[in-house]
Design a protein around this ligand. Structure first.
Ligand code: AMP
Length: 249
């Protein structure tokens, strides 16, 4: 069985992002970029399914600039067999990315597509759901456990205050939540081997997909600065301040 995994290049989660002076977006100049953490979990899950003998081929797919090849090479070092970069210098919205993934799904005919539940740069939490709608495939979002058996996959989903288990008929779309697994690190020999694995580059035009956006970002702002805290001398003073200053009790 073939599985596609989505790999997005995003600002590294350790970076404190700066908003551009004109409020048009986040400043990406000289900023460390990495694989989106939820995509790392998606790659790990695909690799574990391959190790169990359930999956025979893992194809890592990214939509982004030429530099996204770095994140695809990381996916190859972690265990993906080959990679596809749909190259676009533009910042694409989730629907455009989902349409490009649909075109790749049509071409590759995978049984499973694993995406992150969200990209930590835009926090959209939309692409997997949109891809499920475009393909008509079953979806198991926010997965914390995945079990494939025959032509079905059981997905335990993280929901408010508990878990829900659904059974999907393959082909299906899964989006990963934090508790699904703990991704491994790539070993040096595997990083070297990954350099020789196939990486195909396509364009939205070649896939016949229009990426024109119907959404325009008007403004991006940093959160308001928090005022400094104070130390109180006693519980009585704390209670007095909560009552009379903060007015929360
Ligand atoms: P989002 O809907 O933007 O929060 O993204 C949800 C998931 O879709 C991410 O965790 C990725 O797995 C996948 N995804 C979104 N954008 C891209 C992209 N440009 N390239 C590859 N995967 C993507």
């Amino acid at each position: 069985m073939k599985v596609l995994v989505a790999v997005k290049r995003v600002v590294d989660y350790n970076v404190k992002v700066r908003v551009k002076a004109d409020n048009s977006g986040v400043d990406l100049a000289n900023v460390k970029m990495s694989m989106n953490p939820f995509c790392e979990i998606a790659v790990e899950e695909a690799v574990r399914l391959k190790e169990k003998g359930v999956v025979s081929e893992i194809v890592a797919v990214s939509v982004g600039p030429t530099a996204a090849q770095e994140q695809l090479r990381t996916a190859l070092a972690l265990g993906a067999d080959r990679a596809i970069l749909v190259e676009s210098a533009d910042e694409l919205n989730s629907l455009a990315v989902a349409k490009l993934f649909k075109a790749i799904v049509d071409k590759e005919q995978p049984q499973l597509v694993i995406l992150g539940k969200q990209a930590i740069d835009s926090d959209n939490n939309q692409t997997g759901q949109m891809l499920a709608a475009l393909t008509g495939y079953a979806q198991g979002t926010f997965a914390s456990k995945v079990e494939v058996s025959g032509d079905k996959v059981k997905v335990e989903r993280e929901i408010d205050g508990g878990a829900q288990t659904v059974e999907l008929s393959l082909p299906a779309i899964i989006t990963t939540d934090l508790r699904l697994n703990e991704p491994r690190y790539a070993s040096l020999p595997n990083i070297m081997k990954a350099k020789k694995k196939p990486l195909e580059t396509l364009t939205p035009d070649a896939l016949g997909v229009s990426t024109a956006s119907t959404v325009k970002t008007l403004k991006v702002e940093a959160p308001a600065a928090r005022s400094a805290g104070i130390k109180v001398k006693s519980v009585a003073e704390l209670v007095e301040k909560l009552k009379n200053e903060a007015k929360v009790i």
